[in-house]
Design a protein around this ligand. Structure first.
Ligand code: ASP
Length: 314
């Protein structure tokens, strides 16, 4: 029997103590804890890592506080285009979707791509068609609307600026990211990871970030680890960040914690990227690493000690 472990995130960024009113902070902490409990209870009952990461991410997608599913950011056209992915460590099977507009839980559509097709990645209208064929839950555009996200978009819609979630300034140092993700180890020793996002405010031209790209924003392999990322997607794609963590473990014999530190604080920084990741290995070790001021994050393992944190010093 393996030590079950679950870690989740709700995005990284300029999260400084005192920037949020206490009520809002409490709502974030409660939402993280709900998502953690849902996934962890599944693991505790003998459920698979795959079921746990999907369930935790669904909960965060349904919560308008995070930039995924309900509450996703607005595109330049005033719409929502969501990306998600899921991967199973035992088989290295994966599923991903991008640019979906009406699917309530993009992470579940990604899982259906993995389980019901011979493909890995579906995008746009084709992904929507597949979703309809599978009878997955849809919602009208109003469902995804959030006043705060709408105001963010109104402030920059006439400009060429593309802004990451919650950002009040277009400059990179002011960015916050609201993507969500989970990584888990189940009793059988299997790993899984899932990531879901609305992407960047005012994004255009069918822009797709790292979140649905296997190896960039999401990765799981029983030989090494399960990883879910959040941050400036273009850099995470160029750094092949999630797979880089796995490679450092597999080819260089680094521990999970060492590998995550190197990738987030050295390799990503060297190419100018900011953000963070959560990761778990097959022994139940976990890492919650970020090079921004904070990251919405939570973790729970067999020790029973629950950690929910936002700022650098929890
Ligand atoms: N990584 C996401 C993207 O670039 C953004 C985020 O983490 O919030 O689409």
């Amino acid at each position: 029997m393996h030590p079950i472990t679950l870690v989740i995130h709700g995005g990284a960024g300029t999260l400084l103590p005192g920037n949020m009113i206490p009520e809002t902070e409490l709502r974030y902490r409660e939402a993280l804890e709900r998502s953690l409990d849902i996934g962890y209870n599944l693991l505790k009952g003998g459920g698979t890592a795959l079921d746990a990461v999907e369930a935790s991410v669904r909960e965060l997608e349904d919560c308008p506080l995070f930039n995924a599913g309900r509450g996703s950011v607005f595109t330049a056209a005033g719409t929502h285009e969501m990306d998600a992915s899921i991967m199973e460590g035992k088989t290295c099977k994966a599923g991903a979707v991008a640019l979906v507009r009406s699917v309530k839980n993009p992470v579940s559509l990604a899982r259906l791509v993995m389980e019901k097709t011979s493909h890995v990645f579906l995008a746009g209208e084709g992904a929507e068609q597949f979703a309809r064929q599978q009878g997955i839950e849809h919602r009208p555009p109003e469902y995804y609307h959030d006043d705060f996200r709408y105001a963010q978009w109104l402030a920059i819609r006439e400009t060429e600026t593309v802004q990451l979630d919650h950002s009040s300034q277009p400059s990179k140092s002011e960015n916050k990211f609201g993507t969500v993700g989970a990584a888990a180890l189940d009793r059988e020793g299997n790993l899984a990871a899932a990531t879901s996002t609305g992407g960047m405010t005012n994004k255009r031209f069918g822009r797709i970030g790292d979140s649905p790209i296997i190896g960039a924003g999401n990765y799981a392999n029983n030989a090494t680890c399960a990883v879910s990322c959040t941050g400036s997607g273009e850099y995470f794609i160029r750094g092949v960040v999630a797979y880089d963590v796995s490679c450092l473990m597999e080819y260089k014999g680094k521990s999970l914690v060492e590998a995550c530190r190197i990738v987030i604080h050295e390799r990503l920084v060297n190419i100018g990227g900011d953000g963070g990741l959560i990761a778990v290995d097959t022994k139940g070790n976990f890492a919650l690493e970020f090079n921004t001021e904070g990251m919405y994050r939570a973790a729970l393992n067999d020790s029973g000690e629950k950690m929910v944190a936002i700022y650098r010093n929890p």
